[in-house]
Design a protein around this ligand. Structure first.
Ligand code: CTP
Ligand code: MG
Length: 196
């Protein structure tokens, strides 16, 4: 598919579709998370936790598997037909390339790895679990998703993300809104402690 020949709105839609597993991984982690802290309660010499109780194995595992499952769902027959119908494009091949499962893994694990790296940094800045760190919280997950894809699936990533200015622009501009929106919903329905 050549994104430069697709209309602006459809391109934005397709980009969000491609990044779906990364966006969903964090939300699933909130639902499955809370058990078995990854840092096992340990602190560093600064007196703060390595990662804190907000980063757990149950969140990491659930979020990664949830993201992969969501990718498979987005890539399956019916959803692909729905996407073709919505955008008026034809998709003969998977949007995620030949190694789609690996890409789903890189996107969803990358999201949680990014979130975890941010927590490590936040603890070093004396910020407690749940404390706000605006820009970092909004971009940590998408940055690491893209970085892992860049390292392990470079050809695939470059084939669409540098196809005109819209893909990168979409990710940079819409990610904070999506992130904040989903977290507000999570907070309102009572599964998340803070609305950020
Ligand atoms: N979560 C988890 N394991 C992960 C990621 C998230 O268990 N790897 C769960 C935790 O219950 C966490 C919640 O999802 O509290 C919300 O995630 P997030 O906002 O990233 O964590 P915070 O509690 O804000 O902790 P931090 O300050 O370290 O970001
Ligand atoms: Mg948080």
């Amino acid at each position: 598919m050549d994104l430069e020949e697709v209309s602006l709105l459809n391109t934005i839609f397709i980009v969000l579709w491609i990044m779906g597993p990364a966006y969903i991984a964090n939300s699933v982690a909130v639902l499955t998370g809370g058990k078995y802290p990854i840092d096992q309660g340990k602190t560093l010499s600064d007196g703060n936790r390595i990662l804190g109780d907000g980063k757990t194995w149950s969140g990491l595992l659930g979020g990664t598997l949830g993201g992969i499952a969501f990718g498979l769902l987005l890539d399956a027959g019916d959803s692909r037909m729905a996407l073709e119908y919505l955008t008026g494009e034809e998709y003969e091949h998977s949007l995620w390339g030949d190694s789609s499962i690996l890409v789903f893994f890189l996107l969803s694990f990358g999201a949680l790895f990014g979130d975890m790296s941010a927590s490590f940094y936040k603890r070093r800045q004396n910020l407690q679990r749940g404390d706000k760190f605006a820009l970092l919280d909004m971009y940590d997950f998408i940055f690491m998703s893209l970085l892992l894809c860049f390292i392990f699936q470079q050809n695939w990533l470059v084939s669409w993300i540098l196809d005109g200015w819209v893909p990168l622009f979409t990710i940079l501009v819409l990610t904070p809104f999506l992130h904040r929106g989903v977290n507000i919903i999570g907070y309102k329905i009572g599964v998340k402690n803070e609305p950020w």
